[in-house]
Design a protein around this ligand. Sequence first.
Ligand code: FUL
Length: 488
Amino acid sequence: MHQTTYYLCQIIITLFFFMLSQFLRLSNQLAIPPPLPILPLPSFSQLKWQQRELIMFFHFGVNTFTNREWGTGDENPAVFNPTSLDADQWVETAVQAGVSHVILTAKHHDGFCLWPSNYTAHSVIKSPWKNGHGDVVRELVNAAKPRGVDVGLYLSPWDRHDRRYGVSKDYNEYYLGQLQELLNNYGSVREIWFDGAKDSDTPNMTYYFSDWFAMVKELQGTINIFSDAGPDVRWVGNEQGFAGTTCWSTINRTSLSIGNSSILDYLNTGDPKGTDWMPAECDVSIRPGWFWHKDEEPKPLDELLQTYYNSVGRNCVLLLNVPPNKKGLISKTDVSRLKEFRHVIDTIFSTNLAKNCSIEASSRRGRAFGAKKMVDSDHLWTYWAPSEHDRGPYWIRLNATNRRPLKFNVVRIQEAIGLGQRIAEHEIYVDGTKIGSGTTIGYKKLHRLEEGAVKGKSVMIKITATRAPPLISSIGLHFDPFWHPDRD
Ligand code: FUL
């Protein structure tokens, strides 16, 4: 062969191999895309809502001054006269409790409006507070905004004052007018609460829910509508603040209606076959009543903490009511109980023993979906995913990396719910012994271990039933010093 041709061949061959190796390197570097979602999925606003975990409710109105829970509607607006209302103090209390969203009863069943509505005189306009120039909704919004706290409003459908109640068209016009006032004039409103309560001798009323919901979505693009039947957030089915041990964020909306007591269990557990994403909100009061009463005290810390486990720890958001008192302030006892509450939650969850463990899993989808993703700081969009060939049971194992055993009494598991809720059954083993089991996980599952503190060198979570391959975004092993199972 001619020497020049020989060199040319050499160059071409070298170039070929060089390009091949570059191609292989590049194709190796390309990330494997995320797995397909399993429908239904949360909306942007539902995801944001879920991540808040804790929302604060403010029940405030004429009942605060009359010592009632349900006003009659005949109250004289003059009774509403807080001596030193300070919405800054309410919001500050919320912030210190780690809350980024508060909801106010703009109107409760008594019909008294905390804002100067144009469509009724039964409001702050007739109150001596600020000589009739006050507006509690405005004060709350003004206090919340600069602190980055979002606002929601409760507008009771049942109205015991207004004479239009019982005349469907007239009342629905009135109600829609009030919705427009609240959703047009106070900036961004993140949740609207449609309560289903009314007593049995109330006149029959057809609420035009479709009109209400359409109007709400038109006026506030990022709002979540709460009611017994959603459409964005569903009631959990009780007012003690607990979800079912099985709790799906999915449900069939067509099986739901507002004020229907036969669906309480369904609301409590959701439905793995549900075609609608509609997570549950657990409403409960820090005190026995929803409104402030001078003879009531905040509940003990233990009870609040158990409520947290039974709501946030069961894939829900806890809507904790903290009622302002007659002065228009959150009472000192409640402020300090909330501080304790936040302190214990932070104490329990600030240390995660899983972070110091080595982690293995039954398989992985690719490097971007490795087991380590379960102990990074992102609790939603980075996650472990098994290989497509893994048919389960899926498992994850945490091994202590030094000689000391792990000591914990809480196991936290979180699914990457942005791609749907998947897990239906799981088990927990320590050094080969089964120490717990459960059903759904969802955004967050907290297992407070029945036996109390457990010590071991290896913890395995086995996922035994799923709607689709599991995607786990976070795992935690925690120690809860306030958990004394023997005491109960
Ligand atoms: C219930 C109402 O009747 C209570 O007064 C309270 O507002 C609670 C949150 O919802 O249905």
